[in-house]
Every structure is written in C-alpha cells, then in structure tokens.
Ligand binder design. Structure first.
Ligand code: ZN
Length: 272
C-alpha cells in the first residue's frame, strides 16, 4: 500500500439501480493509476440512508485507500432541530456504512449557524455530536472535519473558528481535512496553512488538493484543475508535501487528466 496514497473523488460510482457504474470506484482508480478513491455512499444532496454496496467486499479487501464524503446537506452545528437532529442521525448511519466498506475516514463539512445565531451554539452542537456518539461507543472510523470556503458564521472557515471548534471536539479524536481551494477562498496563507492548522489541531489527516477558479480570499468554492487555476501549482504541491498524509483530488476533469494529476503529485511527493 502506498505510504501517501493519492486518490481521486469519484462520486458514488453506482447506477440508479445501485449497481456498479462501469466497474465502480475501484475500476476508476485503476484507470487513473490512483492509490485512493473518495466516494459518496448515497445522494450527496439527500438524506436517505445508504444502501449496502455491491462492491463492499471488494472495497474492504482492496489496497486502494477508501475515503467517504458525507452528504453536503448535513449540518450538525445547526441550531435548527429539524436540521441538526437528522444530521446527527445521518452522520452515524453514514459512519457505519463507511466502516462497512473499510473506509479510512469519513469527511464531513464543518457546517454553520445562521447570522442571528451565536457561533458558540454551533461549536457546542459539534461537541454534543461527538459526546453523544461517544456514549454510543464512538464513531467506527475517524470523522474528518473539512474547512469550508465561504459563508458567515461557518464552523471551519477561519482559523479562529477552527480553534474554537477544536476546543469543542479535539478531545474526541476528531480529524481534519485541509481543502486547499477552500483555504485559498477563505484567505489563508497556503505557505503556512499546514503548520497553522497543526498548531491548532495537532493533525492534518487528509488533503483535498484542489486549485481554485477564483482569486485569494474570494469566498467562492469553485474547484479548478491542479495546473489550471489561480493558486500557483508549486504552492499546492508544497501543501501536499508539508501535510505528509493521504491526498484526494476533487478537481474537474476526465480519467486521462486525473491520471496526469495523480502522476504529477506522486512525482512531487517522491522528491520530498
Ligand atoms: Zn473538499
């Protein structure tokens, strides 16, 4: 197994009938010569519990590093019960399903509270999410919280917010995903981002290595190919080197362009 797997986000890899789409995620990984895949277990914009996957055994047995991305609609920070409670439930269900396919971690966005809310309520809701799960035996795999690009009162956009979030969830072993496009959009200095995050969390578990279509500090979340965005390529590669952990590309492109990006990052890490 690769020491620093380089993966690509491939979506659910399933048809509407829950059958493998053209061989599914592992076929995509082989096509791109990737050491990892990030998948959705269901509709990323939906609340349904994931169905058992036809490739569960294969994913479990594979050397390919599997990461799961939780649905975007989840927001465990929310002060609205009708969002927060189903979010927590869905997170627990997704975590079990992720463990069943041997995922190394499940990525979930930091979420946000409304402008009228005190952010403290959102951080506390995160703490309660972990605390209640801990009462239930904990999450069956690492939960990796990702920094987000924009929005007011976000739980993981500004480094100051990450610090408050970690005061709430650090003790439960929460993991961190550093998304370079989001960090750039939020105005972080990518040259020091890995150190800045580690100073707060003590860890970076996964890098989402994406370029951005928009300028530094734009607040916009529009991913670009590694060599085709506003972030200098060398700055991106430096983040991957400094993070010293698995990488997942969430860049737009086809199998051929992703294969090139995987090779490029692999070569850059080899030189590290
Ligand atoms: Zn991401």
């Amino acid at each position: 197994m690769a020491e620093h797997p380089i993966g690509v986000h491939v979506g659910p890899g399933l048809t509407e009938d829950n059958e493998l789409d053209a061989g599914g995620p592992l076929a995509r990984a082989a096509e791109m010569d990737a050491d990892g895949v990030q998948v959705f277990l269901g509709d990323p914009q939906g609340w349904k519990a994931p169905l058992p996957r036809p490739d569960a055994e294969d994913l479990l047995a594979s050397d390919v590093a599997v990461f799961v991305h939780a649905p975007y609609v989840l927001n465990v920070a929310s002060t609205n019960n009708r969002i927060r409670i189903p979010s927590r439930k869905n997170l627990a269900v997704h975590a079990r399903a992720s463990a069943a396919v041997g995922a190394r971690g499940m990525v979930v966005h930091g979420g946000h509270v409304l402008a009228k809310d005190d952010p403290a309520a959102g951080f506390d809701n995160w703490r309660k999410t972990f605390a209640r799960q801990a009462d239930d035996g904990g999450f069956p795999l690492p939960l990796l919280i990702e920094n987000t690009a924009g929005g007011d009162n976000a739980m993981a956009r500004e480094l100051g917010a990450v610090a408050r979030l970690w005061d709430a969830v650090g003790e439960f072993g929460a993991g961190f995903v550093l998304d370079t496009c989001h960090a750039w959009a939020a105005g972080w200095d990518l040259a020091t981002a890995v150190d800045d995050v580690r100073a707060i969390t003590g860890r970076v578990d996964l890098v989402h290595l994406n370029n951005s279509r928009d300028p530094h500090g734009s607040g916009r979340d529009r991913h670009a190919p590694l060599t085709g965005g506003e972030i200098p390529l060398e700055l991106l590669l430096e983040v991957a080197r400094a993070a010293d952990c698995p990488v997942v590309l969430e860049t737009p492109g086809d199998a051929a362009s992703h294969a090139e990006e995987v090779a490029l990052v692999r070569e850059a890490l080899r030189q590290a």
